[in-house]
Design a protein around this ligand. Sequence first.
Ligand code: MSP
Length: 505
Amino acid sequence: MDQVKKEKYYFTTPIYYINARPHIGHAYTTVACDILSRYYRDIKGEKVFFLTGTDEYGQKVEQAAKEKGMSPKDHADAMVGNFKDLWKKLNIKNDAFIRTTDEGHKKVVQEILTQLKDKGEIEKRKYSGWYCVPDERFWTEKDLKDGNCPDCGRPVEHIEEENYFFLMSKYQQKLIDYIENKKDWEFIQPEMRKNEVLGFLKNNKLDDLCISRPKSRLSWGIELPFDSEYVTYVWFDALINYYSATKYINSDEKWWPATCHLIGKDILTTHSVYWSTMLMALDWELPEQIFAHGWWMMEEEKMSKSLGNVVDPLDLVEEFGVDAFRFYLFRNSMFGKDASFSYEGFKKTYETELANDLGNLLSRVLSMIQKYGVEYQKNYIDDELEDKSFKGSLDFIDNCYKELDFYNILERIWLHVKAANTDIEFNKPWVLAKEDPQKLAEFLSKSFYWIRIIAGFLYPFMPETSSRMRQQMGIFDLKTKDLLDPNIEISFDKINKGEPLFPKK
Ligand code: MSP
């Protein structure tokens, strides 16, 4: 696929429902966005806007607040900290945090509603259908599965009322053509998900979308600007966050359209169908890409609050540290596919790959340099080593970033970690120390070169570890992007070998 050269990058996570405490599934998308942003911003020096936030309206929030005897806004204010605190703990460097209860967001949503109504894209109709309260979605009789919600299997209520509809159905063919013909940058990724959406659009008649809820049933939402008896359907308001943030939070540049919406596979339809047709109706640009990742599973079951099998990222961070957590997520999953969490697997990754492979490599190389008192010489790093090995990996990794193939980035980095360890066994520097000091200096210069490159490659995934490596190597004043500059001046004078990167548990 041809890739377009971009001048700026705008990445988004879904905005999370504030009701539940964040778990590993939420952390997965947010860390992925952080990795992408750190790569493009801090390593490539590009302009980046990374947005995350919370989805705060709707029936579930209203109900939860009522149970606690609080107003929905007070409840939201109390819950939003769970997300903000976790992102801080996980070293997430987002540029903005949007809350759908922000006044600025509300204003943009109402402007969009007015615009669509004026353009004749919204109509009031009598409606009767089946409503799933927990999912806040209407279904037709034929959609139901054994009389229950086809999505979550829970009972539905029969409801008859007047509502406002967005005339989504008329965009069906236009959307199919758009998905099929977009060439420079695939609209929906991975391929399997694109085919799923196309299959759905080609085999079903798209309905119009009910975008209002009467206040008599739900009052916790953004009021329709043209009818004060109604509030906006929560998904209609939530999707607009991706646009509204570029208007009232970060409006210094033209950030819209987004480079990539990172989402989980369960919210692909709302993004690829609802959001895209809303933008088509407005005559606005569509996001360049929507990437739907897989789920973290617990023994074959999706992790979810209702099943009570969620993994709390804080427990893992507490025990193993933030970078081990960030690393585990992408070392043990393929971003587009489901992955299975296990505590044993986590421990194994920590011990073998982090403590042994990476931690020992750094510590061995630095101890030997200090012990033998050798000096770094740039001319030991021959062109062939740089051109073939380093530049090849740099290009490979850059391409993986374009495809959000985090797994293969780490796989490639680990090839270098392992090769550097094997080289030590093979070259036996402790023998060279006695027999050939010149060769020893050459060997340790090359080893040092590789740990610097590894620290650079690892930075987006493990920023703290990368910085600790830099500290111990005595190159802490080096800018992140210079870690990957092979021609930088190096000296061994400031090496300061410290605590193990990943202490044995
Ligand atoms: N509020 C909506 C999104 C609106 S975006 C305009 C929402 N929120 S959510 O909190 O329920 O879910 C947010 C994301 O978490 C979704 O992308 C979902 O796929 C993801 N995950 C929830 N459980 C997950 C796993 N077990 N594994 C991976 N991701 C999962 O939906």
